[in-house]
Design a protein around this ligand. Structure first.
Ligand SMILES: [Zn+2]
Ligand SMILES: [Zn+2]
Length: 260
């Protein structure tokens, strides 16, 4: 298994040194400064137009012919101004996120951050954001996992874009059920009053970019956006690394259910 081999190699070297292996498949065929081989790169499936200009999800054929906004956003506009997704949560992307998040294989954050930055460049390069806010996890989850994957990805995005990272203003006040385990309506109520902005109106007049790793319904960013609007945010954009489609959420693997 390449994964065990790669883990073994990486665990035996300094964390400052990343060997020339593709961090998605373990192949040695790396070119340039990227951490992903050509084969993996061409197999990536990006969330591409036609997408809803508000929530960023793919439009159905019928929606695409009639509007640039999806039916869900037309009937119930979300609290955020705009959301965009990078890749579909499948195959090597899903495997890399799983290794990163649940097995603490932090090397996976490198290609994942590269993908996030690519998605940022595609959608938000003229966003004039004042701050990047990672979607927080509850402190109890932080204690068991040891890190918040959204913070690690956001830090790299902040470094690449120069937009300041704020990892303390937004907090999760309730340790909620993992979203992947719930139905659509449960997902929304599960998160009610789960987030809080410290210092009342500290987001006043700010253009905020929310960052998260995976989303299915967008319920989390919707709930966080409400809190940010209340705290005075002027604009809330969201950038999510991976979109989990309905099919993928019907029978999620055990690690997704337990910790997502
Ligand atoms: Zn590869
Ligand atoms: Zn939409």
């Amino acid at each position: 298994m390449w994964h065990e081999t790669l883990s073994l190699i990486l665990n035996s070297v300094s964390s400052a040194f990343i060997p020339d292996l593709c961090l998605l498949c373990g192949s040695e065929n790396l070119t340039g400064s990227t951490s992903v081989c050509n084969e993996c790169r061409t197999s990536l499936r990006w969330v591409t137009p036609p997408i809803c200009e508000v929530c960023g999800k793919p439009l159905t054929k019928l929606e695409d012919e009639n509007s640039t906004v999806c039916g869900a956003c037309l009937s119930s506009p979300p609290a955020y101004d705009m959301a965009r997704y990078g890749l579909y949560y499948e195959k090597s992307v899903r495997a890399a996120i799983t290794r990163f998040k649940f097995n603490a294989f932090l090397y996976s954050s490198r290609p994942l951050a590269e993908f996030l930055i690519e998605a940022f460049d595609r959608y938000y390069v003229d966003g004039n954001f004042d701050v990047i806010l990672p979607v927080p996890v509850h402190k109890r989850r932080l204690m068991t996992r040891g890190f918040n994957q959204a913070v690690i990805l956001s830090r790299k995005l902040s470094k690449a874009t120069g937009i300041p990272l704020d990892r303390t203003s937004l907090i999760k006040t309730r340790n909620t059920e993992p979203q992947a385990r719930l139905s659509r309506s449960q997902r929304l109520s599960n998160l009610t009053n789960a987030f809080q902005v410290k210092n009342g109106n500290s987001m006043s007049q700010k253009r905020v970019l929310l960052v998260d790793d995976v989303s299915t319904t967008g319920a989390t960013i919707t709930e966080v956006a409400k809190v940010l609007q209340t705290a005075g945010a002027n604009y809330v954009g969201a950038l999510i690394l991976a979109l989990r489609t309905r099919d993928g959420s019907i029978n999620p693997k055990q690690e997704d259910i337990v910790y997502s």
